[in-house]
Design a protein around this ligand. Structure first.
Ligand code: PLP
Ligand code: COI
Length: 350
């Protein structure tokens, strides 16, 4: 049994970016002949897999993203991890991979956080421990068929804000000439292939001066889908709080929580429905992107139909609705606010 290093790493916690930082341990389990191994903590960050692995050729792989946060009293909280487990299994079914039993998923997440205690950012640093579970098809193969072996791995990395500018800085999104996902494709699951297909779109958006791409539905290019790595939230005229509904977007854990807070705590009329961007632009008062990495990132401007459109404060300021939601969400995640929903789950260290 490996012992846990209790001494925090000497990092500039307040100035971390969203980058990979090698930590001490990762949890690994393998699937073969219809069964999962019990899994173990290992130190090596480099994987050796067969050159014919279906994850390498045919993108038979998926991942999840979660965060662990330190509270004032030093405990460490996960945020709705069971939803990530469920989503990984929805993705696994869509990509014909074996499901990871919830108990194994939770064990992997708990172990990866616990064994890397020294890398968990301290309370008040503004940083978090990002948790990356992944499931990949391995083993010898050539033709287009599901893998015969799989690896489930969980590694962690301390991270700061996802978007340049950090924290609650106002970002820009751009609608480019590329689609993300077809209505009956894989947009609703967390397949790595969705992200490879988005790299060029992100680059096009960044060339226009935006932080990342904003996608419309691929069938008609009329309705809002989501951003490259986050769902979209809209505070609209008439106290309405809207999130685009689409078959092709990833069901965000963060968005589900924010919709509940908007309804229960702010008394807004919440709606999840298709949003025809051009028609509804004039009614949008505040826009934000939300996700584990993005948290709530206010969107000041979007590039759409060859021009910039601004929201709250001429696109330069954080609006009051998104600010309140950001505060409430992050306070719950850090244990600073009551959690009547039971969203947070402490990691056991003994
Ligand atoms: N949409 C996409 C495409 C994402 O990659 C993510 C990030 O995981 C999200 C939305 C937000 O999902 P969650 O809040 O579960 O992190
Ligand atoms: C997350 O928010 O956890 C994601 O997976 C997005 C990723 C592109 C960083």
């Amino acid at each position: 049994m490996n012992s846990i290093n209790r001494k925090k790493q000497d990092l500039d916690w307040g100035n971390l970016g969203f980058t990979y930082q090698k930590t001490d341990y990762r949890f690994v389990a393998s699937w073969k002949d219809g069964a999962w191994s019990e899994g173990e903590n290992i130190t090596g960050e480099v994987m050796a897999i067969h050159e014919g692995s279906p994850s390498l050729h045919y993108a038979q792989q998926c991942f999840e993203g979660m965060k662990a946060q330190t509270t004032k009293d030093g405990s460490v909280l996960l945020f709705r991890p069971e939803l990530n487990s469920r989503r990984m299994n929805e993705t696994a079914r869509r990509l014909m991979m074996p499901e990871v039993p919830e108990a194994l998923f939770m064990k992997g997440v708990d172990e990866a956080v616990r064994m890397n205690y020294s890398w968990i950012p301290p309370y008040g640093s503004g940083a978090a421990l990002y948790i990356r579970p992944l499931l990949i098809g391995t083993g010898e193969n050539l033709g287009l068929r599901p893998a015969t072996q799989y690896e489930f791995r969980v590694f962690v990395s301390p991270v700061g804000p996802y978007y340049k500018g950090g924290g609650l800085s106002v970002i820009k999104l751009a609608v480019t000439n590329y689609d993300r996902a077809a209505p009956l494709g894989t947009g609703h699951v967390k397949a790595g292939a969705n992200y490879a297909g988005g790299l060029l779109s992100t680059k096009s958006a960044q060339d226009l001066g935006a932080n990342e791409a904003l996608y419309l539905d691929a069938a008609e290019r009329k309705y809002l889908d989501e951003a490259g790595s986050a769902n979209i939230l809209l505070a609209m005229k008439g106290n309405r709080f809207v999130t685009p509904d689409s078959k092709a977007i990833l069901p965000s854990v963060t968005r589900r929580a924010i919709m509940d807070l908007a309804k229960d705590e702010l008394g807004l009329q919440t709606e999840s429905r298709p949003v025809e961007l051009e028609k509804e632009l004039k009614d949008i008062e505040e826009m934000a992107a939300c996700g584990t990495a993005a948290v709530i990132s206010p969107v000041g401007k979007i590039w759409f139909k060859d021009q910039w459109h601004s929201f709250y404060g001429a696109g330069e300021k954080v609006g009051p609705v998104m600010l309140k939601l950001y505060d409430m969400l992050t306070q719950i995640q850090k244990g600073e606010r009551d959690d009547p929903y039971g969203w947070t789950k402490p990691v056991a260290f003994d």
